[in-house]
Design a protein around this ligand. Structure first.
Ligand code: GUN
Length: 294
C-alpha cells in the first residue's frame, strides 16, 4: 500500500489564506498592517533567496516588509544598533535575522537583542526556554518545527501517546520540534550523529521527523509500517538527467519509504512551503497582539 502524500503546498496555501483574512481584519480595525523586517548580513546566495522568498510571501498576504541588506564585515555593535532601532519601530512587528551569520558575529547575543515580542523566528533564548518548559507559553513557535506539527495535525494524525523520533538536534529544527512533540504528549527520542543502532531506534517511531541534512539516509527497512514521516531535509544530489545537473531530495528515501509509511511529505513541496507560511502566521500574531486583537 502506498502512503498518503502530505501536500505542504496545499496546507501552506490554507494557512496563507487564514493569515490574509487576519491581516484584512487588522487593517479594518486599526488602519495598520503587520510589518516584518528581514535582516540579511553578507552575500550568501541561499540566504538571499530565502529572504527574497519571505518578502514576496509577505506582499502576497498584505504584510509590509522592510529589507536590511548589510555588509558581511558589519561590526557586532552596528548590527546590534540595527536590531535595537527595529525594536523601537512601531511599524515593525516581526524581526527576522537570517542565519547563519558571518563567523565574527556573536549570534546568541544578536538573537538575544531582538525584542521578545518581535522575535517571529522564536530563536530568542527566553522564548526557547519557555518553549522547552512545562506549562510555559512561548510568544512564538519557531517556523519550521511549527510547520511540521501543523502538517501532522491538519492531515488528521494525532500525536498524543505516540512514539516520536526526531533525527537531528539543531537549534532551528530538531530541538524545538522534539519539545513540541513532547508537549503534545508524544514519547520522544532525539537521534544524532552519535546515536547507536540508529535504524533500530528509528523503527520504533509512529511519527518520524527527519532533519539531519543527509540525502536519502532513512531507508525502507528503517521504518515501521504505518509511520507518519515529516522530511525536513533539502539536499542537492547530482543528476545528469536534470537540466540543472542536480535534483533536490530529502533525508528520507521517498520512493521506498512511501511503500510502507501511512503518510509522508515530499521534497520539494512538503515542509519547505510551510516554513514561510508559519513566518507569516507568527508576524501577524505579533502584530495582532501589539494591537490588542488577540
Ligand atoms: N536559516 C535557516 N532557517 C532559518 C529560519 O527559519 N530563520 C532564520 N532567520 N534563518 C534561518
Amino acid at each position: 500500500m502506498s502512503a498518503q502524500i502530505i501536500d505542504g503546498k496545499v496546507i501552506a496555501a490554507q494557512i496563507r489564506n487564514e493569515v490574509k483574512a487576519d491581516v484584512e481584519r487588522m487593517k479594518a480595525a486599526t488602519g495598520k498592517v503587520p510589518g516584518l523586517a528581514a535582516v540579511l548580513v553578507g552575500d550568501r546566495k541561499d540566504s538571499q533567496t530565502y529572504v527574497r522568498n519571505k518578502k514576496k510571501a509577505c506582499a502576497e498576504v498584505g504584510i509590509a516588509s522592510f529589507g536590511y541588506d548589510l555588509p558581511a564585515d558589519i561590526s557586532q555593535d552596528d548590527l546590534k544598533k540595527v536590531v535595537t532601532e527595529l525594536n523601537a519601530n512601531p511599524d515593525v512587528h516581526g524581526i527576522l535575522v537570517q542565519l547563519p551569520l558571518p563567523g565574527h558575529i556573536d549570534e546568541e547575543e544578536i538573537l538575544g537583542t531582538i525584542s521578545i515580542e518581535k522575535d517571529v523566528d522564536g530563536f530568542h533564548p527566553l522564548n526557547i526556554g519557555r518553549l522547552s518548559m512545562k506549562r510555559r507559553e512561548p510568544l512564538f513557535v519557531p517556523c519550521t518545527p511549527r510547520g511540521c506539527i501543523e502538517l501532522i495535525i491538519r492531515s488528521g494524525y494525532s500525536i498524543d501517546g505516540k512514539r516520536a523520533v526526531v533525527l537531528g538536534r539543531s537549534n532551528i529544527v530538531g530541538l524545538p520540534a522534539a519539545m513540541l512533540l513532547l508537549h503534545r504528549n508524544a514519547t520522544v527520542t532525539i537521534c544524532h550523529s552519535r546515536t547507536k543502532n540508529l535504524p533500530e531506534v528509528v523503527r520504533e517511531a509512529d511519527i518520524l521527523i527527519a532533519a539531519v541534512g543527509r540525502a536519502e539516509m532513512v531507508r525502507k527497512d528503517w521504518v515501521k509500517p504505518g509511520v507518519v514521516v515529516i522530511d525536513v531535509g533539502i539536499n542537492a544530489v547530482d543528476d545528469a538527467s536534470d537540466p540543472r545537473g542536480y535534483r533536490l531530495v530529502g533525508d528520507v528515501a521517498y520512493d521506498e519509504v512511501k511503500e510502507v509509511a501511512a503518510a509522508i511529505t515530499p521534497v520539494p513541496g512538503g515542509v519547505g512551503p510551510m516554513t514561510i507560511a508559519m513566518l507569516l502566521r507568527n508576524t501577524t500574531d505579533g502584530a495582532m497582539r501589539a494591537n490588542g486583537l488577540m
